[in-house]
Ligand binder design. Structure first.
Ligand code: NAP
Length: 271
């Protein structure tokens, strides 16, 4: 489905590079199928040298050359990019935007042509091919377009399809989520140091405990509570630790954190 397509990235920063790296290492695309444009010449040189992808001097030229365009610039840079690519879309390429908080309707209005647009919210573990991305199709995007987007983003992790109305909640959970989990891991590490472990050993234990617990969940369909119950023996160590977390209101705090981030995403989207 993407074997014969040319994919263009407008913006070759962190996310653009993560996607290029993932697509090449998955074997789904060859380097000569990928084009990148960026205002930074140093980024273009780096991407060309590292991944042997083709670089294009400007966004309009890139738009004319490709079948799929991934807009991977900051939300505040979107208006410039939309202006650059508008007027170069006669061949109706598929447009993918990963800009956080920018609604499909704004992009479609800016483009002004019946181009299929899909909005994607990836997260930073995409950098190590362990991301999770939510996708939502715009007015002119059909099942074939969504299937292409799935193929592309599965190269850097998992993909779920949502209604665009849920994108703020996605941002609050999986977009911001790596930061919550990192904070928890840091707390585990400090706790290890407090109880006498070296920082290096505490880090190793905290990181792999988190990875392992997530893997237990990801590789089966057990409820987290069922897995937790398996390691919680009567009067044992784990239930004593859990009782402290419950008294401190950990579940409520996590829910409030996700709700606050979701609310903030809604506010930013209105600007
Ligand atoms: N990083 C994440 O975790 C993450 C997660 C989910 C979604 N996203 C979304 O992904 C998008 C990209 O994020 P990022 O972290 O990859 O940003 P980034 O590292 O700043 O990459 C964007 C690149 O595009 C360049 N650029 C700016 N204006 C341009 C223009 N008019 N034409 C072509 N290139 C232009 C930037 O150059 P300058 O540096 O000179 O501006 C930079 O090299 C954002 O919209 C963000 O909301 C990111």
């Amino acid at each position: 489905m993407v074997a014969s397509k040319k994919i263009g990235f407008v913006g070759g920063g962190n996310m653009g590079e993560a996607l290029i790296k993932g697509l090449l290492s998955s074997g789904r695309l060859q380097a000569d199928q990928i084009r990148v444009s960026d205002v930074r010449q140093d980024r273009l040189r780096f991407l060309q040298d590292t991944y042997q992808v083709l670089t294009v001097p400007d966004n309009a030229e890139l738009t004319r050359e490709v079948d799929v365009i991934v807009i991977a610039v900051k939300p505040q840079q979107m208006a410039d990019v939309v202006a650059d690519i508008s007027g170069n879309l006669e061949h109706l390429p598929l447009l993918i935007s990963i800009a956080a908080g920018v609604p499909l309707a704004i992009i479609e209005r800016g483009i002004g042509e019946p181009v299929p647009v899909v909005r994607v919210m990836p997260n930073t573990p995409a950098l190590v091919l362990a991301g999770v991305s939510a996708i939502a199709g715009g007015t002119h995007a059909n099942e074939d377009h969504l299937a292409i987007v799935r193929l592309l983003f599965e190269a850097v992790g998992q993909v779920v399809e949502v209604n665009e109305a849920n994108m703020d909640a996605v941002t609050g959970l999986s977009g911001s989520g790596p930061a919550y989990v990192l904070l928890f891991i840091e707390a585990l590490m400090d706790a290890g140091v407090l109880t006498g472990l070296s920082r290096q050993v505490a880090r190793e234990l905290a990181v792999h405990t988190t990875l392992g617990a997530a893997k237990l969940l990801a590789e089966g369909d057990a409820h987290p509570a069922a897995l937790k119950d398996q390691i919680t023996s009567p009067g044992g160590t784990t239930i004593h630790g859990l009782a402290v977390l419950e008294r401190a209101g950990m579940r409520g705090m996590v829910m409030e954190a996700v709700a606050a981030a979701t609310q903030r995403s809604m506010e930013l989207g209105k600007k």
